[in-house]
Each structure stands twice: as structure tokens, then as C-alpha cells.
Design a protein around this ligand. Structure first.
Ligand code: T46
Length: 146
């Protein structure tokens, strides 16, 4: 039983920092990402957060189906992830590092540096029906009924 539990990776442990491929030269660097190659999903949407006041928090929701990769293409910010059982905090501050977030993980972004830009590669088109924006509903959905 214990062995089985060890084998089943929790959703929070599937959130991971990924180092993206980088080609550096004296003229600068380039990072490219292909869906289903460097990251474990096809990319169906790209969006970015910018002009974010230092005291602001973004996110505060989870997704039923959507997977994402977050990148601090400028500046830095923190991400708190929560799968309903455990929480972890990550810090992004490099254009060649991404945080992968699987489905059903509550995320909150804060502590944005001045001029910070968060690029997001997403597995799905925008769909408001895919969101849990109420934490209690998210908890109910992520905890299997006994
Ligand atoms: C996430 C974090 C990192 C759209 O019309 N299309 C879009 O693709 C998105 C992402 C948002 N919107 C509209 C919906 C709202 O009226 O933009 C407004 C703000 O969206 P939201 O409150 O969801 O923004 P954030 O920054 O709290 O969250 C977004 C993503 O929604 C979310 O998936 O992980 O960025």
C-alpha cells in the first residue's frame, strides 16, 4: 500500500521548474519551445501579463483541463501552487526557465518586480467554463467523495 502511494505522483509534485533550451552567442540568446516536445502538451494559446503593480496578485484559480507553462520573460515573480493538500512556492526570474502547472492546481502569482512580464503557454483556448475561481469548489472537486 505504501509502495503504491509512493508510485502515484501527487499533482503538486507534477508542478516543476523546467530549464528550456537556450542558444547563446555573442549577439545574445534565443530560447524556443515546441508543444509536446520540450513541454508535455500542445500549445493552443499564448498570453502574457504585464504592467503589473508590485503589490498585485494574479491568478487565484485552478483549471479543470488546462495545462500551462509560465515564464518570466522580463523581471521576476513568485507562484504559489496548491493541489488542495499541499502548497509549494516557486520563483521565476530567467527567460529560459519555465514553471509547468498541470490540471487541477490552484495558482497565485505575486511579488512582481517592476516591469515584470509573465509569458504563458497554454494547452487550451480561453474557456471560462474551465476555471475554478472559488477555492471551496476547487477543494470539493479535488477531494474524492468517500
Ligand atoms: C493563469 C494566470 C497566470 C481573456 O479574455 N483571454 C485570456 O486568454 C485570458 C487569460 C483572460 N481573459 C480575460 C478574462 C478576464 O476578463 O482577461 C481578464 C482577466 O483574466 P484573469 O482574471 O483570469 O487573469 P489572471 O491573471 O488572474 O489569470 C490568468 C489566467 O486566466 C490563468 O489561467 O494561470 O493568468
Amino acid at each position: 500500500m505504501r509502495r503504491l502511494a509512493e508510485k502515484v505522483e501527487s499533482r503538486i509534485d507534477r508542478c516543476r521548474l523546467m530549464e528550456l533550451p537556450r542558444v547563446a552567442s555573442r549577439q545574445g540568446s534565443i530560447t524556443s519551445v515546441e508543444g509536446n516536445v520540450e513541454i508535455p502538451f500542445p500549445i493552443r494559446r499564448v498570453y502574457y501579463l504585464f504592467d503589473i503593480p508590485g503589490e498585485a496578485a494574479r491568478g487565484g484559480h485552478a483549471h479543470k483541463k488546462l495545462e500551462q507553462l509560465l515564464v518570466a520573460v522580463m523581471g521576476s515573480f513568485d507562484i504559489l501552487v496548491d493541489d488542495g493538500k499541499r502548497q509549494k512556492r516557486f520563483h521565476l526570474d530567467r527567460a529560459y526557465k519555465g514553471l509547468y502547472i498541470p490540471t487541477m492546481v490552484w495558482r497565485t502569482l505575486d511579488n512582481f518586480s517592476s516591469g515584470g512580464i509573465c509569458l504563458v503557454l497554454a494547452s487550451e483556448l480561453y474557456d471560462e467554463g474551465d476555471y475554478y475561481r472559488d477555492y471551496r469548489r476547487f477543494l470539493q472537486a479535488s477531494t474524492p467523495a468517500r
